[in-house]
Design a protein around this ligand. Structure first.
Ligand code: G3P
Ligand code: MG
Length: 507
């Protein structure tokens, strides 16, 4: 018996050594293979043909100085025999600005069958937004050359759908570039107003902003921009015109906006007086007739000055843009809730240095609010987006549903009931039958912190094609479980870890 145990121990030790050697060979080889593959790859039909970008030169110089860094992915909550699942960040992982990264195409090849079907559950989880999920899925399909479905896409504002039961009938002010107004309507918000509409309705409020004619304005329901598409009509989201005018806004002076041209439909022919539908004039939104209940910043605004100004106006006026703080306090009106769809200070596009993201806008707006109010913070401020838990819970539900569709999950494992973004409270992660959910991201403060906080079976994987640029192979503050060069190497590492987990579980 003793001899048999000793023999088994020796065998295990030898096997572990062998695995370690294979691992070293694999990772040493993988960087070379990835480099060779990158070099031999032609441009993807949907990738923009372009000369080498400044950020690519920077990364190439750094690549030689880097070493693969990984900590073991052991988790008592992982299901060793389960499949791996993936949550890919978009900016800085799959694309840089308008350029698709070649490693993204390589990663997709590793994860798809020759017929183009996914081998494993995959979601795309970005702090970006401004389009509906179906449109982003269409963009990803074009960029990656593989079919991506809308239910594989989690945008920063996707979990805001959870707010719809509460906000559907309440006046909501939305901020953000692209098509956020239509996105909000498609989610079921029925009394919704964009900051651009509010600014246009009272031009003196933002004298340094310009307002294009409404028919050219995607943000207010005009022609769709290249990055935005109107969502399909939804029974849950009737058009604002169908909702009809607010009873108390019928009078010409009901807006109470001094100097505004909103009082007259047969006005001067200016944008606001042209007779077009205007939610401020026609529904009384952001006036005393219908004070704003909640401000949703759904993606980075295109005009920070306009939006910071108007959001502060609405917050200090308890939902009424023109109301003073004193009058708001005297009215006893409840404070306005403020919700940001992500806290990213920085993100990475094709520019060689990181760019300010929505978190920077939030910081600016909250600082201005504090300066205006003697140091106060708005009563209710909430952040969605990575690293907050909402997108992770939603991803788990979507990945589980995919695993079941792909026949990778025992039928008795059922998705949890609950809100749109799901909840794991009380049930732990035992219901997630994955060897790992590999969250591949470039931003330690968002992607790595979020996956680390989400807990097993989430595995944070940091790449160096975006926000994170070193100096070391991993981030000291938000340390990833696995740190690699790019998304292709991330997929390879994830597959390796899954195989290793399965192998160890069979011993
Ligand atoms: O605006 C997009 C940015 O904040 C982050 O996008 O894809 O890196 O999460 P992503
Ligand atoms: Mg990113």
């Amino acid at each position: 018996m003793v001899g048999r145990c000793h023999g088994r121990e020796l065998l295990q030790r030898a096997a572990t050594l062998l695995v370690q050697q294979l691992q070293a060979a694999q990772y040493g080889g993988s960087a070379r293979a990835a480099a060779a593959a990158s070099a031999s790859r032609g441009p993807h039909p949907h990738a923009h043909p372009h000369p080498q970008q400044p950020w690519q030169q920077q990364q190439q110089q750094q690549r030689h100085a880097r070493a693969f860094s990984s900590t073991p992915v052991w988790s008592s909550s992982s299901c060793p025999s389960g499949p791996p699942a993936f949550a890919f960040d978009i900016d800085g992982v799959l694309i840089r600005g308008k350029h698709v990264l070649p490693e993204a195409l390589e990663a997709v090849r590793k994860l798809t069958h020759p017929d183009g079907h996914w081998r494993y559950p995959v979601v795309f989880m970005t702090n970006g937004g401004g389009v509906c999920e179906a449109r982003k899925a269409q963009q990803l399909s074009e960029w990656l050359g593989v079919r991506v479905e809308a239910d594989q896409v989690i945008l920063s504002h996707t979990p805001m759908r959870d707010l719809v039961p509460e906000l559907a009938q309440r006046p909501v002010l939305v901020s953000g570039r692209g098509d956020v107004l239509n996105v909000a309507r498609s989610y079921g918000l029925q009394r919704v107003l964009h900051t651009r509409q509010l600014g246009r309705a009272m031009p003196a409020a933002t004298p340094f902003s310009t307002y294009p004619p409404e028919e050219q304005d995607a943000a207010t329901g005009g022609s769709a921009s290249s990055t935005a598409a109107a969502p399909p009509p939804s029974a849950a989201a009737p058009s604002l015109a169908a909702v009809g005018p607010h009873p108390s806004s019928a009078g010409a002076s009901s807006t109470g906006i001094p100097g505004s041209e909103l009082g007259s439909r047969s006005g001067s022919g200016s944008e606001s007086g042209s007779g077009r539908f205007c939610p401020v004039r026609d529904l009384g939104l952001a006036t005393e007739a219908a004070p704003i209940d909640t401000v949703l910043v759904m993606t980075d605004p295109d005009d920070w000055y306009r939006d910071a100004q108007l959001i502060c106006d609405v917050l200090t006026g308890a939902g009424v843009a023109t109301r003073s703080a004193g009058a708001a306090a005297a009215s006893g009106a409840p404070p306005v809730k403020l919700v940001f769809s992500n806290p990213d200070l920085l993100w990475a596009n094709e520019f060689p240095k990181n760019r300010f993201g929505q978190g920077a806008f939030a910081h600016m707006t909250l600082s201005l609010f504090a300066r205006l109010t003697g140091g106060a913070r708005p009563h209710h401020v909430t952040f969605y987006g990575k690293p907050n838990p909402q997108p992770y819970r939603l991803a788990e539900r979507l990945l589980l549903a995919q695993a079941r569709r792909l026949g990778l999950t025992p039928p008795q494992v059922a998705p949890e009931s609950g809100s749109e973004s799901g909840s794991r409270s009380g049930s732990g992660s035992a219901v997630l039958p994955f060897s790992g959910i590999f969250a591949v991201g470039d931003n330690p403060a968002a992607d790595v912190r979020g996956a680390n906080q989400a807990g097993p079976p989430w595995v944070s994987v940091l790449v160096r094609t975006g926000v994170f640029q070193g100096p070391g192979p991993n981030c000291d503050v938000d340390t990833a479980r696995v740190a690699v060069d790019d998304v292709a190497a991330a997929v390879e590492a994830a597959m390796h870890h899954s195989r290793r987990l399965r192998w160890h579980s069979m011993r």
